[in-house]
Ligand binder design. Structure first.
Ligand SMILES: CC(=O)N[C@H]1[C@@H](OP(=O)(O)OP(=O)(O)OC[C@H]2O[C@@H](n3ccc(=O)[nH]c3=O)[C@H](O)[C@@H]2O)O[C@H](CO)[C@@H](O)[C@@H]1O
Ligand SMILES: C=C(OP(=O)(O)O)C(=O)O
Length: 513
């Protein structure tokens, strides 16, 4: 790790630069400390130039201040150098999900009381929503150990002050519509961003929220929302797509509607269940959790201090299992939310994967069922049928990309059909650079012929979260040295993934230009 020594006069200059940038941003030392998960006294030392600085810390300060003050020339992307072909060993624990966290951060706007979210993953997507919440006046505080978040909304949100830059970088901003429509008759939100996966319209959200009186006009760069004052006591919402965030938006709108809302064709995926469990703590009764018809008994006002422990992430579980599978290793992935991994494991069993499940035990939320999964080195074969995702309880859409690298390790032809995204399968064809025989039949279908004799290569990270991780995992399988350039996107959804893989024995080094 590069460390700038405290004896170096540049440390004092950097300290002065940091103080200026912090003051410019209107932050106190304590507020900056909180963003960096450190103490106010550490910030004071940094600003006085009496603390050694690592490049890693400087990068985090840069990000926390949204400044470019420490980069030389162009922004400095991170890259990984991977020495592959090593077997992994040991146990790795699944963290809570990006998608549950963003939903619950948005849902906390429904509660006038204090929401404490336990075990929140430290990922960039969470930071973005936290920044947006803070910018509109919500008090959001990380606990001293950096794992829990306290959220207290103000009486009136200052929507005009919204941090549009942070908002535009995340698609989840669309989930402000549901909570806001019961608070404000008229408001604006920036356009939703997210990974480069092709067209993802917001029309299903409009269809879901129209029954609550919401109308949205898209103006330049923003959605302008108005809410009609009158609406029926009992509302029926029929979703045209069984989407996750659209279901969450409808649930959040219904939670503060003082009547009964029935949502048909609802997603019952893991993040939707996380949301329902949290709302249950707030006193909102929801019948049908885990099914496609949800009945929400809303409340006109919610004012409760609650603690909710987020559930474990099935997508991270799949990512970590894949690391073991493609490196022919025996590893244990602990705290796997089994309800959301059953089809994936059944498909892997069809492909010849040997694995052992522990007895089930409950997650900290008391609701989600967990198991530890130990994968064993196995000779894999292509499945007879194509692999395709379906809304829950099907094979998860975000887990599909991991089957591309697994299929490349299996003997025979596997057809992978991503009917959902127009632009995700194409990113997986990058696997050919590492020696895989992957043919893109059309934007939605891949024919993968294995087993692959992997070889190291230098590759640019795809601009999409899951394919980026898939390429990293293929590099772990490939003997020799590989370089994955521009990996910052991985931190959008994974906390310290590289560091945790290193603990299993992976040889990964981070460097910058
Ligand atoms: C923050 C969050 O929770 N993000 C997840 C959520 O995004 P989100 O809920 O935003 O997903 P979208 O609404 O964009 O749906 C994804 C794509 O699937 C299509 N579609 C979806 C459902 C359906 O029944 N029919 C259909 O065609 C949509 O048109 C879209 O092209 O769900 C996606 C699909 O599970 C996941 O990849 C995302 O990780
Ligand atoms: C597509 C994904 O997320 P988002 O909806 O945040 O873009 C994902 O998690 O793979």
């Amino acid at each position: 790790m590069t460390v700038i020594e405290e004896t170096d006069t540049s440390v004092a200059e950097i300290g002065t630069l940091i103080r200026g940038a912090r003051q410019n941003k209107g932050l106190t030392q304590s507020q900056l400390a909180e963003r960096l998960n450190t103490s106010q006294s550490a910030i004071a030392r940094i600003e006085q130039g009496s603390q050694n600085l690592s490049v890693e810390l400087l990068t985090r300060i840069n990000r926390a201040l949204e400044a470019d003050l420490l980069s030389i020339g162009a922004p400095r992307a991170s890259h990984l150098r991977v020495t592959g072909g090593q077997q992994l060993s040991g146990t790795i624990t699944v963290k809570s999900s990006k998608n549950g966290a963003v939903a619950l951060l948005c849902a906390s706007l429904l509660n006038r009381g204090r929401t404490r979210l336990r075990g929140v993953a430290r990922i960039v997507e969470v930071d973005r929503i936290v920044d947006v919440l803070r910018s509109i006046g919500v008090k959001v505080t990380w606990s001293a150990d950096g794992h829990d978040l306290d959220i207290v909304p103000p009486t009136n949100l200052d929507l005009d002050a919204m941090d549009a830059d942070a908002a535009k970088r995340t698609r989840s901003i669309i989930m402000f519509l549901g909570p806001l429509l019961n608070r404000n008759p008229d408001f604006e939100l920036p356009y939703a961003g997210g990974c480069d996966l092709g067209t993802r319209t917001v029309e299903p959200h409009m269809i879901a929220l129209r029954p609550f009186g919401l109308e949205v006009v898209a103006t330049s760069g923003a959605y302008h929302a108005t809410v009609a004052p009158d609406r029926p006591q009992d509302i029926k919402v029929v979703l045209t797509e069984r989407g996750d965030t659209v279901t969450e938006n409808a649930i959040m709108a219904a939670a503060r509607h003082p009547g009964v809302t029935t949502i048909r064709n609802a997603s019952s995926n893991y993040m939707v269940q996380d949301l329902c469990f949290y709302l249950d703590l707030l006193g909102v009764r929801i019948d049908g959790v885990g099914t496609t018809t949800l009945t929400v008994h809303g409340l006109a006002d919610i004012n409760s201090d609650v603690d909710y422990a987020l559930a474990e992430d099935p997508i991270e579980a799949m990512s970590l299992l894949t690391a073991g599978i493609v490196t022919h290793s025996e590893i244990t992935v602990a705290r796997v939310p089994i309800e959301f991994m059953e089809i994936e494991l059944a498909t892997l069993a069809e492909m010849g994967l040997r694995y052992v499940l522990s007895a089930e035990y409950p997650a900290a939320n008391g609701r989600t069922r967990l198991v530890d999964v130990t994968v064993q080195p196995s000779d894999l074969r292509a499945p007879i049928d194509k692999i395709h995702p379906m809304p829950f309880p099907g094979l998860n859409i975000d887990n599909l990309p991991f089957f591309a690298v697994i299929a490349a390790c299996a003997s025979g032809h596997t057809l992978i059909h991503d009917w959902v995204y127009d632009n995700r399968a194409i990113h997986l064809s990058v696997l050919t650079r590492l020696g895989a025989d992957v043919r893109l039949l059309d934007p939605h279908r891949l024919d993968i012929n294995g087993p692959t004799h992997w070889s190291g290569a230098e590759v640019s990270c795809p601009p999409a979260l899951r394919p980026a991780v898939v390429i990293l995992l293929a590099m772990l399988a490939a003997k020799g040295t590989s370089v994955l350039r521009g990996v910052d996107i991985i931190a959008r959804g994974y906390e310290q993934l590289q560091e945790r893989l290193i603990e299993l024995g992976a040889q990964i080094e981070t460097f910058r230009d």
